[in-house]
Design a binder for this molecule. Structure first.
Ligand code: ASP
Length: 586
């Protein structure tokens, strides 16, 4: 046997036992005649002791060990005089009697401890060393546990895990595809799946009834912060269901994961908020409902008093920051700068503070006499010591800006407690989204999403007002999953393609296989997909999905460890029938 125990399990009750451990030398310290080594493996760290007086040869041998050497050690478990209550093994140490060097190591490029001195790029380049760090490893183990729990729950609910192909034809999620050239068919390409969307629907046509898969998806998008070109989804589909069945089943999954992984039980069912309400009260389709501070529309209240910014605006809205009435000029200027940043793009910020005596002071006193300002307080629910913040402009844009401001104030006021989880369903999304640039509608979700039956009549006359049977699961302001009831009726599908500006031919070319399948008895069906990396990050208490992916890409979509993307040999290109067209400045 290589080892009798791991480095994470010996405690005081093992005192006096003769044991053998194996692992990596994390740290070596010399104290007079004593040498201490922290020996690390996946399970923890155990202290080894070498005493010059007792065995000079062994102690000299130990002193020659370098960081990250792999050793096997035999010794006796002893009680430590200097206990470390922070370590599970902190009550004991091993009085070493024999060591074998299993392998030496180069000096690692950064310290492999909880707090590393390695920068991001360096740690990614040597990710296998980074993964030796306990905190990084525990993220990957959390992900593993989640995957097991997802399988356990869904299997228990009768779902069947089916693998779908990776070399496919373009899918309908709307991002750019990664493509793979075909050697056997020059000039032809596979696409990597943006999701298994069409396959899971085909599995419903095939009668599988309940499907899931923990699956890699690929989207060649411009990288915003914390996006990965390849990511993992928990992908699911069900037949003979209504929207409620899906929400209930997957609320069950969310509850199961929170219970098993975090020990959290939610007493109430998750709120279900229509998209329109999320937008008008929170300025976003992924509201953080850990706190209130909802948006109040003020348009009619503020107009007609000769304040040009408000009078010319399509929409004026406000939030009330409780207890922030004492904000200084400097703090208010900071907030104004915050909402004027290009990403938010508000024209300005108007404030009204409610003083301790109930009088109102505002940056627009000139236009609004005290009694009018007081009426603002009534509408927004502001009381003594509170601060009303107002933004004006185009409706959606202004709501978004107020939503961002609300989050910023929530952060400043400590209302976004990371130990609190507030899940909700956002439902009734619009079916379509108008794009000003190309002057056409796009599917908000994807083209197989079913319109609400009661809105069908507007599909031609006023497509923008059609709502969909589509839903998102949102936790603490982050969308972690979304899906929809699908169209299973050929006529409605044709209508949808028409509204999206597809000719019949284009629809056939791209999705003919699915449309064909639907002619052979497609059951009513619907599904959902969750961002597995994101969900792991949330349960792990982090904002960064990269921390929960064993081998992630950096924010330029590069894997700096294996150094890819990279060029390929001329022979490979020739075999593929591909010539590279170099474009200057690219
Ligand atoms: N395929 C969708 C996505 O990846 C989810 C779904 O509709 O099930 O976003």
């Amino acid at each position: 046997m290589y080892r009798t125990h791991t480095c994470g399990e010996l405690i005081i009750s093992n005192k006096g036992e003769k044991v053998t451990l194996a692992g990596w030398v994390q740290r070596l310290r010399e104290f007079g005649g004593m040498t201490f080594i922290d020996l690390r493996d996946r399970y923890g760290i155990t202290q080894l002791v070498f005493n010059m007086e007792a065995d000079a040869d062994l102690c000299m041998q130990a002193r020659k060990l370098g960081r990250e050497f792999v050793i096997q050690v035999t010794g006796t478990v002893a009680e430590r005089s200097n206990k470390n209550p922070k370590m599970p093994t902190g009550d004991i140490e091993i009085i070493a009697e024999n060591i074998t060097v299993l392998n030496s190591s180069d000096i690692p490029p950064f310290t492999i401890e909880e707090n590393s001195d390695g920068g991001d790029e360096l740690r990614m380049k040597y990710r296998y060393l980074d993964l030796r760090r306990q905190n990084v490893r525990s993220n990957i183990i959390l992900r593993h546990r989640m995957a097991q729990e997802v399988r356990k729950y869904l299997d228990g609910e009768g779902f069947i895990e089916v693998e779908t192909p990776v070399l496919i034809k373009s899918t309908p999620e709307g991002a750019r595809d990664f493509v793979v050239p075909s050697r056997l068919h020059h000039g032809e390409f596979y696409a990597l799946p943006q999701s298994p969307q069409t396959f899971k629907q085909l599995l419903m046509v095939a009668g599988f009834d309940k499907y899931f898969q923990i699956v890699k998806c690929f989207r060649d998008e411009d990288l915003r912060a914390d996006r990965q070109p390849e990511f993992t989804q928990i992908d699911c589909e069900m037949s003979f269901i209504h929207q409620d069945d899906i929400l209930n089943t997957f609320e069950g999954l969310a509850r199961h994961l929170f219970r098993q992984i975090k020990g959290i039980t939610f007493s109430d069912s998750f709120p279900r908020m229509p998209y329109d309400e999320a937008m008008s009260r929170y300025g976003t389709d992924k509201p953080d409902i850990r706190f209130g501070m909802c948006i109040t529309e003020m348009t009619r209240k503020v107009q007609g008093r000769s304040f040009p910014l408000f009078d010319s605006a399509e929409y004026v809205g406000a939030i009330c920051a409780a207890g922030c009435g004492a904000y200084t000029r400097k703090q208010l200027d900071e907030l104004t700068e915050y909402v004027k940043r290009p990403q938010i793009g508000a024209k300005g910020l108007v404030y009204v503070r409610i003083e301790a005596d109930g009088t109102a002071k505002s940056s627009v006193d000139k236009f609004y006499p005290p009694d009018v300002l007081k009426s603002f307080a009534v509408i927004t629910g502001a009381g003594a010591g509170d601060l009303i913040l107002m933004i004006a402009g185009e409706r959606n844009h202004t709501l978004n800006a107020l939503g961002e401001l609300r989050l910023e104030m929530g952060k400043r006021m400590g209302l976004r407690d990371p130990s609190v989880y507030a899940p909700l369903w956002v439902v009734d999304f619009p079916l379509l989204e108008w794009d000003e640039e190309t002057k056409r509608f796009y599917a908000k979700h994807h083209p197989f999403t079913a319109p609400k039956p009661e809105d069908l009549e507007y599909m031609i006359s006023d497509p923008g007002r059609v709502h969909a049977n589509a839903y998102d699961l949102v936790i603490n302001g982050t969308e972690i999953g979304g899906g929809s009831i699908r169209i299973h009726d050929g006529d409605i599908q044709s209508l949808m393609f028409k509204t999206l500006g597809f000719t019949e031919e284009e629809a056939r070319h791209q999705f003919g296989f699915l449309l064909n399948a639907f002619r052979f008895g497609a059951p009513p069906h619907g599904g959902i997909a969750f961002g597995f990396d994101r969900w792991a990050a949330i349960l792990g208490g982090s904002d960064t999905i990269r921390d929960f992916i064993a081998f992630p890409k950096n924010n330029q979509a590069r894997d700096v460890m294996i150094d890819t993307p990279s060029t390929i040999k001329k022979e490979q290109l020739d075999e593929l029938g591909i010539a590279i067209k170099w474009i200057e400045n690219q």
